[in-house]
Write a protein that binds this ligand. Sequence first.
Ligand code: F0G
Length: 351
Amino acid sequence: ARAWRGLIEEYRDRLPVSDRTPVITLREGGTPLLPAPRISQLTGCEVHLKVEGANPTGSFKDRGMTVAISKAAEEGAKAVICASTGNTSASAAAYAVRAGMTCAVLVPQGKIAMGKLAQALVHGARLLQVDGNFDDCLELARKLAVDYPVALVNSVNPYRLQGQKTAAFEIVDALGDAPDVHCLPVGNAGNISAYWMGYKEYAADGVASRTPRMLGFQASGAAPFVRGEPVPKPSTIATAIRIGNPASWDLAIAARDESGGAIDAVTDRQILAAYRLLAREEGVFVEPASAASVAGVLQAAEQGVVPRGSRVVCTVTGNGLKDPDWAISGAPAPTTVKVDAHAAASALGLA
Ligand code: F0G
């Protein structure tokens, strides 16, 4: 087997790149599609996890960023800007380094996970904490990109979705066809739109025989699609998807309706239960927002929305190390022992 070359090289003929496009890559993509026996047992389905935390900066954002930054480089950009709940900024900061660009990021003050903040800082991004939520940050970033020489790399940049659609290609390539159902968390709604593009493209070209039903899940305190209108003050512990006014509104509605799917809500309690289930029973450590897809499939199976026997893929979007507070706060404090085998054995319940 040859080494994975990053998704632009792997899917070059399906992406908007040419010989003139400098390929800015960290060898993103090629992430595991992992069978999930415990979730399969609980739902009566064949459930697989698309583990996007295995990307270079620890989230699916790298798929969109390799294309967006490569195209920005082709167009001669010297600087990029984004609004972010943390993962987009971490990814933009890293890819900007590879491209020799400066990167500005706008994040909601106090509402991004520590690991993500660390990533933007270590890669040398210019970081502004905005006294507002993600929706305010995005509005500000869009204005700055109009008035100043900086390229916007949020998912309103169409190259982002082009890159992100490759996750659907990888799934079909691995399974031999599209699954029956695809579940994923929904925040700004770029990713559900991108997967739908990818699945449709493969079906149109006959690589897949069909497209899946797309099931999106929002946190119940930040669920504009479920309410049918923007939520002015979104609230959830899953800070990555704490978004009240999604930019890709129309695309996500189209993905939902064309696929015969749904966008539903799960509570923070369900999200945290799924987060712990993934860690303790599947061996997969994700960040809370990512667990919304798994909370969602558990709920949908129980409601009969996903019939038993279905083949399901849940995207788990980001690595658990980005937001470890939730792992630590739920766990008992570690026991301290002397350098003594007997004491260690008895503390471990072995003796
Ligand atoms: N999961 C994670 C871990 C995310 O970081 C995001 C979005 C989503 C799910 C939702 O994806 O926005 O395409 O519907 N994070 C963005 C950010 C908003 O700034 O990092 P979406």
